[in-house]
Design a protein around this ligand. Structure first.
Ligand code: SF4
Length: 139
């Protein structure tokens, strides 16, 4: 059996259940995933995504930076996170001032952790001022 250089204990990234996994890594590549038994979330069990769905980690076309385009006729190009976040914050501020906070809605994802989903609804309600928050699991 192939031996790992190291084993990383982490949380499955696919949904908010939060199953605990061990990633077996050799030459900086994940080659095996096992569910951990020492927790009360998944007791060592994993669904098919959590067990086998890790090819994307090493995919050559994986997005690693935000992409923006200067106009609709131009191609997307990588930009630093600070710049992308400034643009998004500026557009949210502009829309809220022009049309009011209820003109903005937030849709979050089951692929986020419960904590990330909590933060997004808190941001929507406390910072933007809208209760229009939904989740892909309701679609
Ligand atoms: S995708 Fe599957 S393995 Fe991963 S946290 Fe959700 S239920 Fe657990």
């Amino acid at each position: 059996m192939l031996q790992a250089d190291r084993v990383v204990h982490t949380t499955c990234p696919y949904c908010g259940v939060g199953c605990q996994v061990d990633l077996h890594i050799r030459d900086e590549h994940i080659f095996r995933v096992e569910g951990r038994f020492d927790n009360r979330v998944n007791f060592g069990q994993l669904c098919v995504k959590g067990r086998f769905g890790y090819d994307y980690v090493h995919a050559p076309d994986r997005l690693r930076h935000p992409l923006m385009r200067a106009s609709r006729s131009e191609d997307f190009a990588p930009v630093p996170w600070d710049k992308a976040l400034d643009v998004v914050a500026g557009r949210l501020r502009e829309i809220r001032e022009r049309y009011g906070p209820r003109s903005i809605a937030f849709l979050t994802s089951a692929k986020c952790t419960n904590e990330e989903n909590y933060l997004l609804q808190k941001f929507a309600r406390a910072v933007i001022g809208t209760n229009t928050v939904d989740h892909c699991a309701r679609l």
